[in-house]
Design a protein around this ligand. Structure first.
Ligand SMILES: Cc1cc2nc3c(=O)[nH]c(=O)nc-3n(C[C@H](O)[C@H](O)[C@H](O)COP(=O)(O)O)c2cc1C
Length: 171
């Protein structure tokens, strides 16, 4: 599957098979995330891999009860690390680390699709609860949780804005 095919095929999947993800696929997924661009190549984010079911259930509770999070065999929690962007001052701490984490999640979603896996960006959660569940350093900020696994549903394509609305050409 080429990149454009993966972009077109990706969907937010909210139902997962219990089937585990093969170690080679997990490795390929994490390597793809590690190739994401970042400000100054500082990679100001941290990825937490959660496989234990009880922890996944606690993360689902922290995500306002989004139970599908615990259904997937694994969850990646991607956090922004402002201290890693300190070189860029306030812009690094307030913007670049969030952007670094965001693009890493996007790479992860596309890589998952290319590997025949599914994911869903979960952004609605209680930050302090997630931090407590994982015992995260105070300075780290969870940006997204990604349940990853084999899909148990095939969601339809969701609508998008027309390009004529989305893109404004400027002279
Ligand atoms: C920042 C962000 C936060 C999101 N939070 C959630 C969430 O908490 N729960 C959920 O089910 N989907 C969440 N989504 C997924 C969106 O609902 C989904 O991407 C959108 O409806 C488009 O559908 P598609 O991903 O299938 O193309 C989030 C997506 C983004 C980018």
């Amino acid at each position: 599957m080429n990149t454009l095919d993966a972009i077109q095929a990706r969907r937010s999947v909210r139902a997962f098979q219990p089937r585990p993800v093969e170690a080679e696929k997990l490795d390929a997924l994490l390597n793809a995330i590690n190739q994401a661009p970042s400000a100054g190549n500082l990679q100001a984010y941290q990825v937490y891999l959660v496989r234990r079911e009880t922890t996944r259930q606690r993360l689902a509770a922290a995500a306002l009860g989004q139970k599908f999070l615990a259904q997937a065999p694994m969850v990646l929690v991607v956090c922004a690390c402002p201290s890693r962007s300190a070189k860029y001052g306030q812009r690094g701490a307030e913007l670049y680390c969030l952007q670094d984490a965001t693009v890493a999640v996007a790479y992860g979603q596309l890589a998952a699709t290319a590997l025949g896996l599914a994911s869903c960006w979960v952004g609605a959660f209680d930050e302090s609860q997630v931090k407590e569940v994982l015992g995260l350093p105070a300075a780290e900020r969870p940006v997204a949780m990604l349940p990853i696994g084999y899909p148990a549903e095939t969601p339809p394509r969701t609508p998008r804005r027309w390009l004529t609305d989305l893109v404004k050409e400027k002279e």
